[in-house]
Design a protein around this ligand. Structure first.
Ligand code: AMP
Length: 443
């Protein structure tokens, strides 16, 4: 008997979990599932990567299956709200896996695909609907969906919802939900404003917290390289090229602050022979899906992302996270580096810090309580950098199909399992940063 069967989860769910090889629960699953099976509301402080999706999906699917009801047109029994399209798609995919042997229909709707297609899919009604807030409201306005029959409501990544300005849509959605329902509210961080938002959705919740707020993943080695902004591109290109060539770098996520910055980095990498793709809110949905698929499959080992697009994405085997620019919101740093060291693997996070970004670094170190180890520039950096090809000046493809899930007018975008054999370990000069994540070179 596994822990999951001890909980009394329905046999078809246990079979699906067996197929996935889950035998032990993750800490959030252990804390959340029994209370959710009882129908309690839940306030969860957890990042993605903690097994959060199964924590809310398994008991919910169990409860839906235990009380079968005919599907009502344009209606759903469970609603999951996600801030980004990629996360919505990922949640729906995971839930379909857990519900593989159940007779439950799971739909997913988000912007970037024709709204008519979503509306048609909802005509017969479904059991579970995963949605981004903007598209959900569009569908409700078009009378393609009613929330009247929602029994279980999940709000995921509440803090990112706030960052993206989804507060007004969320309040509108809250008014459309029936009073009698089970509500689950998840956030990676719980500042006051988020807790207040939570109070509007949840009633007498069980509170679960899997990692103290704003702790950086323990297994991530964190480094900072102090470099002038114009030199960052060469540093990134050389580091990636060397790591990919000797196999020490498996898959890297590079974070830039702006969408154009992400495109520029990709162009430079391409001209230096490093296969990379960009993912951000100006890309069409097809481009975003293709970039993510290529990254997951490993055909494109480098994904350059803005915070919005990357948040919550679960890709196994991300060995490195590079902060091409530091986030100005320190919590974002925690989310970014949480993309690596998932599922028990080690990870390496390297931040490129320009002189004017030092205050951001200080904020990050204050928040996380970790000092980033200084990683000097390679010794022959200037010579190597001068030999790099110039990037093509071709502008990024015209913006199309901008992300309609996100309120407009935001310039900077805010927002596992294969274990590699060898990892690129940044070489440090003697005497500098002799133990990981603790020492910082004078800046
Ligand atoms: P999430 O936080 O929901 O994005 O999940 C992170 C990863 O952990 C996903 O790849 C899940 O498939 C995996 N996972 C979730 N629960 C378990 C479990 N109990 N055992 C093994 N893997 C799990």
């Amino acid at each position: 008997m596994s822990y999951f069967s001890d909980l009394g989860l329905a046999e078809p769910i246990l079979r699906a979990l067996g197929g996935k090889g889950y035998s032990d629960p993750t800490p959030i699953q252990k804390q959340a599932i029994p209370a959710l099976l009882e129908g309690r509301d839940l306030l969860g402080i957890a990042q993605t990567g903690t097994g959060k999706t199964a924590a809310f999906s398994l008991p919910s699917l169990h409860r839906l299956a235990a009380d079968p009801k005919p599907r009502k047109p344009a209606s759903c029994r469970m609603l999951v709200l996600s801030p980004t399209r990629e996360l919505a798609a990922q949640i729906a995919e995971n839930m379909r896996g857990y519900a593989k042997y159940l007779n439950l229909s799971i739909q997913c709707v988000f912007g970037g695909v024709p709204v008519g297609k979503n509306a048609r899919a909802l005509v017969p009604g479904c059991d579970v609907l995963v949605a981004t807030p903007g598209r959900l409201l569009d569908l409700i306005e078009q009378r393609a969906l009613t929330l009247r029959n929602v029994e279980i409501f999940v709000l995921d990544e509440a803090d990112q919802m706030m960052d993206l300005g989804f507060i007004v849509p969320l309040k509108r959605i809250a008014k459309l939900l029936p009073d009698k329902r089970q509500s689950l509210f998840f956030s990676a961080t719980m500042p006051k404003a988020i807790a207040e938002l939570g109070r509007q959705f949840i009633h007498d919740p069980v509170r679960v917290e899997v990692a103290p707020q704003a702790t950086t993943a323990e297994r991530v080695e964190q480094y900072a390289t102090f470099v002038n902004q114009p030199e960052k591109q060469a540093l990134l290109t050389l580091t990636l090229r060397a790591g990919l060539a000797d196999g020490s770098l498996e898959r890297a996520l590079v974070f830039t602050r702006t969408k154009h910055g992400a495109d520029r980095v990709v162009r430079h990498l391409a001209s230096a022979g490093v296969a990379a793709a960009a993912i951000h809110g100006n890309k069409s949905q097809a481009q975003r899906t293709a970039a993510l698929r290529a990254f997951r499959e490993g055909s494109t080992p480098v994904l350059v992302a803005t915070d919005i697009a990357a948040r919550g994405i679960d890709v196994s085997g991300v060995s490195h996270v590079f902060n091409f620019e530091l986030p100005n919101v320190p919590e974002q740093y925690v989310h970014r580096i949480g993309r690596t060291a998932r599922a028990g693997a080690d990870g390496i996070a390297v931040s490129f810090v320009a002189p004017d970004e030092k205050p951001y670094l200080r904020d990050i170190e204050r928040l996380t309580g970790v000092r980033l180890a200084a990683l000097p520039l390679p010794e022959d950096f200037t010579a190597q950098a001068s030999r790099l090809p110039k990037a093509s000046r071709k502008p990024a493809r015209p913006q199309q199909n901008a992300n309609r899930d996100r309120p407009a007018a935001q310039k900077p975008e805010r927002s596992g399992e294969a274990r590699p054999k060898r990892r690129f370990r940044p070489r440090r000069k003697q005497g500098v940063g002799s133990h990981r994540g603790k020492v910082r070179q004078a800046v």
